[in-house]
Design a binder for this molecule. Structure first.
Ligand SMILES: Cc1cc2nc3c(=O)[nH]c(=O)nc-3n(C[C@H](O)[C@H](O)[C@H](O)COP(=O)(O)O)c2cc1C
Length: 227
């Protein structure tokens, strides 16, 4: 399977969240050989969308001459697109959001009814593409935290999406926390295996992965002790 990882963390390879993504990919690799490419959004030249809609009117060609045309090409050639990002202000970090806005050329201007809402009609054929969101965050709570990013992802990529969230993710870069992060990464690896085999991850496993690794109060106490 051709997998394209869009890393939204400005910390590049040092991203807390990438620990989760790597474990998921390792699980997928156990089920079949995977071809994985990684893009650090912050390292690419991606201009902001100006909202001119030129791309939607002229067959998908954007007014900007930057790295995005190549990224769109890579996306349309992929089977799985992974958005790997830390939660920033309850959403995705700006470099990745800039990239997400620039996905507009994949659709046309026309809109159609889909269930009880409207969506743009697709221009490029991305029917085989599936979407995975992997998101870490700094607070210990999942509720009242991940919901806006998860809702946005579901609306952007309806039907073929899977969402994996992990709170307390700075612990993945703390060697002293290995006693709790290693078992969590093993669960994520299991999710990757499940996804590789079935194309989905069970709700029960997602819930276990999305729970705090240590009690919320203890995590807050440790963090507060370092500031
Ligand atoms: C600008 C900014 C906004 C943030 N917003 C949130 C937030 O809304 N909720 C949260 O739990 N953590 C928030 N965090 C914490 C990060 O999600 C956390 O540090 C994460 O582990 C960083 O992951 P990374 O190493 O993959 O970049 C924020 C951090 C920054 C720098």
């Amino acid at each position: 399977m051709k997998i394209l990882v869009l890393n939204g963390s400005p910390k590049r390879d040092k991203s807390d969240t990438l620990h989760i993504t790597r474990a998921f990919l390792a699980g997928m690799e156990e089920t079949a050989p995977q071809e994985v490419r990684l893009i650090h959004a912050i390292d690419r030249h991606i201009e902001y969308c100006t909202g001119c809609f030129a791309c939607m009117r002229n067959g998908g060609v954007c007014i900007h001459d930057d790295d995005m045309a190549g990224i769109l090409q890579e996306i349309t050639e992929s089977d799985l697109l992974i958005f790997s990002f830390p939660l920033y202000c309850y959403g995705m970090p700006a470099p990745l959001k800039a990239l997400a806005d620039r996905l507009l050329p994949l659709t046309g201007m026309a809109m159609k009814k889909a269930g009880d809402r409207y969506v743009h009609v697709g221009r490029a054929d991305v029917s085989r593409l599936r979407f995975l969101m992997i998101c870490g965050c700094g607070f210990p709570n999942s509720r009242q935290n991940f919901e806006p990013a998860a809702a946005q992802f579901r609306l952007m990529f309806p039907g073929r999406n899977t969402i994996l969230t992990v709170p307390e993710s700075p612990m993945f870069n703390a060697p002293e926390a290995k006693v709790v992060t290693e078992p969590r990464l093993e669960l994520v690896r299991e999710a990757g295996r499940e996804y590789g085999e079935t194309g989905a991850v069970s709700e029960a496993l997602l819930a276990r992965i999305g729970s705090p690794m240590i009690p919320e109060e203890e995590y807050a106490r440790i963090v507060n002790g370092t500031v």
